[in-house]
Structures are given as C-alpha cells and as structure tokens.
Ligand binder design. Structure first.
Ligand SMILES: NC(=O)c1ccc[n+]([C@@H]2O[C@H](COP(=O)([O-])OP(=O)(O)OC[C@H]3O[C@@H](n4cnc5c(N)ncnc54)[C@H](OP(=O)(O)O)[C@@H]3O)[C@@H](O)[C@H]2O)c1
Length: 373
C-alpha cells in the first residue's frame, strides 16, 4: 500500500516511515521544509510538500494514497496554547477524514496516555470525557466518529515516554535537569508510575493498526505498564553519578519548573487488548534498560535546544520566566544548595538523610569546633 504519513521526519514518524518501508509499503511523507525534504528523500520515501495548515496539501496527500498515518503535531507551546494545538489537530483530522470519506481506507491518528491519567490502569476501552486536562480527547472522538462515514479510523495512544535514540521529550529533559543541578530528583515517595514504549515498538504498532485495526478501535502504545518515577530518577542518578533526592511538591515546582506537573502524574496503562487484537508485542528494551545501556548519556549537553521548550502535547499552556526563587534553585549544584524545606536527600549508598538532620549535624559540628578552639 502507499501510505501518506504526516510528521514523517519527526521522532515517531520517521520510525513509522522505516517500519512501513521494511514491511513493503510505499510512503508519501508530508514535509514543510527543504531540509526535511532532503532528509526524507534519503530514506526512499516520496516527498509530499505541504503543511498541516495547508488543507489542499493534505487532501492531495490523501488522494495519492491508500491510507493515512497522522503523527504530526504542533508542539510549540511557547506560542500556542494546548487547547489551540488540540483544536488544530482535530481540524487536520476533519480534513483528512473528509478526504477519505466513503473510501473504506484506514486513518491512524496519534493521541497520548499521559493526559488521561487517573491513577488507575487505563485501558483501551476507557473513553474519558473531554476536560481541560485531557485536550486530545476531542481529536480521538473526531477520528473515531469517521467509522460511520466509510473510513477505517483507529487511534494509537502513546505512552508519555516514547524512548530510544533521538528522544527529545521528557527523559532527556529529566537528564538535562539532573545534569544541570547536580541531583536527580523525584516527587515525594516517587511511587507514581509512567508507562513507556520504545520508538521502534511504537512504529510497529502504527503499522499493525493500519493493516489490521478494525474501524473505531483504540490501541495503546505501552510496553512498560508503569515505572515508578523514583526508579527513573535512581537510574538517571546512577548514570550521572549524582545524588538522588526526593522533593516536596513546592520544591519540585521550583526544581522542575513546568515539568513538575508531569512528574506528579500517575498514569499506569495496559496494552493487553492491543496485544490480543493486533498481535503486537513489544520487542525492544524497556525504558530502564534503555537508560542503562542506550545512548541517553552520550554527549553531555545540559539541556539541548529542543529541550528548552516543552515538546509534549500534554505540556503547559506557556513557558513562563522562572521567578527569582526558582531561578536561584535552578543554579543549585548539590543537594545542600537546594532551597530548604522538606527535601530528603538520598546518598549513592542509598541511605536517606533528612535535610533537617544534616543541618542539626552541621550545627553540632560548628558548636564542637567552637568548644575546642
Ligand atoms: N515523543 C514522545 O515521547 C511522545 C509521547 C506521547 C505522544 N507523542 C505524540 O506522538 C506524535 C509524534 O511525536 P514526535 O515526538 O514524533 O514529535 P516530533 O519529533 O516533534 O515531530 C513532529 C513532526 O510533525 C511535523 N510538524 C509539526 N507541525 C507541522 C506542521 N504545521 N505542518 C507539517 N508538519 C508539521 C514536524 O515537522 P518539522 O520538522 O517541519 O517541524 C515533525 O516531522 C505527536 O502527536 C506527539 O504528541 C509523542
């Protein structure tokens, strides 16, 4: 089949292109820049110039293909609100859907799991109501409603961490912050869970959804059902050789800035139904193994340029300048330099030492020195 792929040069979309080509499909990839056109052409995919804002280019892409995989998304949350990005995504899906109407051809769209978090295991059959926190539900609904209009729509909900080489989302951000501040942190007890999936497993899921997904189905790109955030912080701490600390919500807001909200999310999710329906099984390393043995720690940059702005659709409405107190916390290099509060530090030996206890010990040492002098 010839598949029209939006976001064909993105982190996820470029893996989808490779996966489709390896399975014998042809790819028509949407690109909006010369550089991306050149890079896509080297993969053997056909270049389709246009953009999400150019409805004609989307219609022409659909007309020239046997199916569509839509992964492009506007992640520029400095200039666009989350709601506006989600509305724009729905608009694109409406255009793709109208062009596909009556054809019976497949349309696979992308959504996320993080924004649907409710502290219990999310399944494919959970269909939350749209709310200010779950903006992508409107796009899911728009896509699935096309099943009644002669389209074969499916939704792939991705884990908040899609990991692997080229990752530029949450995990590199956490590594960048830990590197910059000299501590790897988690919130509270760090028992809240993040699901994860490898980029190559996600790409295979998109292909299988396209080939085998029945109209109106939702699939979960979930390999690790829920890794406690403390384990992620500990693995990062070990790799960077920095202490691992627990932060109170107030300190976490300062330490992680806008990312704190996501670090607090408890979003376990299952892909049991997806595996059963599509015969999709994750084959690649899990997130912790990827952190231990992958390439996340090569290079040593603090926060690569792409990490400076939130890139996840579940991101904040806008990046705001750090307030003064946060800015000074940002410059901290070691746990004892972090703002005082309820923070607990955890040495590499794994022993917990409350900050207050350390202060008491320091005061005692200072008093001892005064006594002996
Ligand atoms: N990565 C994750 O961890 C993760 C987690 C959960 C969900 N997701 C979702 O998965 C999907 C793919 O994410 P990703 O990480 O692959 O994103 P990405 O690396 O930022 O790639 C986005 C792609 O979309 C294209 N694009 C953006 N705006 C466009 C526009 N107006 N017109 C045409 N193309 C446009 C980009 O092209 P340019 O190069 O021209 O900008 C790029 O090819 C998104 O829906 C994302 O929200 C990702």
């Amino acid at each position: 089949m010839k598949i029209f792929v939006t976001g064909a040069t993105g982190f996820v979309g470029s893996a989808v292109v490779q996966e489709l080509k390896s399975a014998g499909h042809q790819v028509l990839g949407l690109v909006r820049s010369e550089a991306n056109a050149r890079s896509l052409a080297t993969t053997g995919a056909e270049v389709h110039r246009g953009s999400l804002e150019d409805a004609d280019s989307l219609r022409r892409g659909v007309e020239a293909s046997d199916g569509v995989i839509h992964t492009a998304y506007n992640h520029d949350f400095i200039n666009v609100t989350r709601e506006a990005a989600a509305e724009a995504d729905k608009c694109v899906i409406d255009i793709l859907g109208a062009a596909l109407e009556g054809s019976g051809r497949p349309l696979v769209i992308t959504s996320g799991i993080g924004h649907l978090a409710n502290g219990r295991v999310l399944t494919e059959t959970d269909v939350p109501d749209p709310s200010p926190g779950s903006v992508r539900v409107i796009a899911e609904r728009a896509a699935l409603s096309l099943a009644t209009r002669g389209v074969r729509p499916t939704v792939v909900r991705l884990s908040p961490s899609v990991h692997g080489d080229g990752d530029h989302a949450f995990i590199p951000m956490l590594i960048g912050i830990a590197r910059q501040k000299g501590v790897s942190a988690y919130l509270g007890e760090g028992r809240n869970r993040w699901p994860a999936v490898h980029r190559l497993d996600a790409a295979r899921l998109f292909r299988l959804a396209l080939e085998r997904g029945t109209a109106g189905s939702t699939f979960h790109g979930v390999a690790d059902e829920g890794i406690p955030t403390r384990e992620i912080a500990e693995t990062i701490g070990r790799r960077l050789n920095v202490p691992v600390v627990s932060l109170s919500p107030e300190d976490a807001a300062q330490h992680f800035s806008w990312l704190a909200r996501f670090l607090a999310v408890d979003a376990p999710a299952s892909s049991a139904r997806t595996q059963e329906r599509l015969g999709w099984y994750p084959r690649e390393p899990g997130l912790l193994a990827d952190l231990k043995h992958g390439r996340y720690f090569e290079g040593g940059a603090l926060l690569p340029d792409r990490h400076r702005a939130p890139v996840c659709p579940e991101g904040p409405l806008r990046m705001r300048p750090l307030p003064e107190r946060t800015a000074s916390a940002w410059r901290c290099r070691a746990p004892h330099q972090l703002p005082p509060g309820s923070m607990m530090t955890r040495g590499r030996a794994g022993r917990q030492r409350p900050a207050a206890a350390r202060r008491r010990r320091r005061r005692r040492r200072a008093a001892d020195e005064r006594d002996t002098s």
